[in-house]
Design a protein around this ligand. Structure first.
Ligand code: SF4
Ligand code: SF4
Length: 378
């Protein structure tokens, strides 16, 4: 999700809307919102609303909602879904051209991870579930994949089920990727409910950071998370849900990467994929950066060893958030372009790199925390 500040006029309540820019006819659907660069079009209050580039003049004669923004900060596409607040904040919830769209369900969480990119809050400011349901109804039915995230989405249990049900109705062929720490799913009745409602479109991504319970619990900032998570994983498997494990590599867990891989193979070999990830240096992760961050070059032997253990045994493996020049070439086929489009940046070194197209780049927050191995591939 990306947000900008602007000015809004005649907007009494927050709205969720789908942006249409080419056809005025679309505006008679009340859920659509007209995007225009032509301020002279604002003369008919039957339109659902307008979004203006800041270079345009606003004609306040209209009663329709008008939002004015600074054009350099955000790029709009037809079919975008926006959340617009009366106080002038605009958040892009969905971009039909992106492959990394997510639905946000709650800011609350039952963990306090030491590298959480988005610090959880005690209470939600908005009814995110309702926003999610409205957004799904406006999405392109051909959307390939949609993520469900938080906070911890399973804390909004009935809302989560409603959201998945709405996806099944409005996006019947879309893959649904639920990102959860799986603690709540140690309750096998809930795991069963989730499996039944998600059907074949659902797969669940679960963070697991170590083969040692105390290391995982320390990273998650809460006791008992490891065993809750393992129970959740077994319950999902019992009810036939596809599972992906995700592990972020930091100073606390890199030394045991090969033991971790062996643990997965011995105890949870049914998972469809294991993703090894570099940390996103933002939020709590940035606050704790000195004690967490390790240059990928310094854990490459452990990472390669772990990957070989899983790969040679025919398990699915991926590498997320790593730049190609930090990896040995034999691992490149496993490196995915995993960073959300709106967070990706490339730095000066990348300009002359022949692999730039295939490289997933950096988080925009990673400027100060770049590997010493970054250099153009020629
Ligand atoms: S990283 Fe995920 S599980 Fe951990 S505190 Fe943040 S939202 Fe919760
Ligand atoms: S130089 Fe830049 S584009 Fe090339 S591999 Fe490294 S990070 Fe990627």
């Amino acid at each position: 999700m990306i947000s900008i500040r602007g000015k809004s006029y005649n907007l009494g309540i927050p709205i969720i809307c789908r942006l249409t820019c080419s056809s005025l006819e679309c505006t008679n659907k009340k859920e659509d919102f007209l995007y225009t660069h032509n301020a002279s079009e604002i003369n008919n209050n039957s339109y659902a609303g307008f979004i203006l580039n800041s270079k345009d003049n606003v004609h306040l004669q209209t009663l329709a909602p008008v939002f004015q923004y600074c054009s350099d900060e955000i790029h709009f596409n037809e079919g975008d879904i926006l959340f617009i607040e009366p106080r002038g904040k605009i958040t892009k919830l969905y971009d039909p051209l992106s492959f990394t769209n997510s639905i946000f369900l709650t800011e609350r969480c039952n963990c306090h991870c030491i590298m959480c990119p988005q610090p959880p809050k005690a209470h939600d400011e908005f009814d995110w579930v309702e926003f999610a349901i409205q957004s799904i109804k406006l999405m392109n039915p051909c959307t390939e994949c949609i993520g469900i995230t938080g906070g911890e989405p399973t804390l909004e249990w009935s809302g989560l089920l409603k959201v998945i049900e709405t996806c099944s109705t409005y996006l019947p062929s879309t893959q649904i990727q639920l990102l959860t720490n799986a603690r709540v799913l140690k309750d096998h009745i809930k795991a069963k409910e989730l499996a039944e409602i998600g059907g074949g479109n659902l797969f669940v991504s679960i963070p697991l950071y170590s083969d040692v319970d105390s290391i995982h619990d320390k990273i998650c900032g809460s006791k008992g998370v490891f065993w809750d998570c393992i129970e959740g994983i077994y319950n999902l498997e019992r009810y036939g849900v596809d599972i992906e494990l995700r592990t972020v590599i930091i100073k606390d867990n890199y030394r045991r990467m090969t033991q971790f891989a062996e643990f997965i193979y011995r105890n949870i070999p049914f998972v469809g994929n294991v993703a090894f990830m570099a940390m996103e240096p933002i939020g709590i992760a940035l606050k704790n950066i000195k004690r967490l961050w390790i240059d990928p070059v310094d854990y490459m032997s452990q990472l390669s060893g772990a990957i070989k253990i899983l790969w040679r045994r025919d398990m699915g493996v991926s590498i997320f958030n790593h730049q190609l020049c930090t990896l040995p070439q034999e691992l490149w086929p496993l490196a995915k372009k995993s960073i959300s489009d709106w967070k990706i940046v490339y730095f000066d070194e990348c300009e002359n790199c022949k692999e730039k197209e295939s490289c997933g780049g950096f988080f925009f927050s990673a400027e100060k925390y770049r590997s010493r191995a970054i250099s153009p591939i020629r």
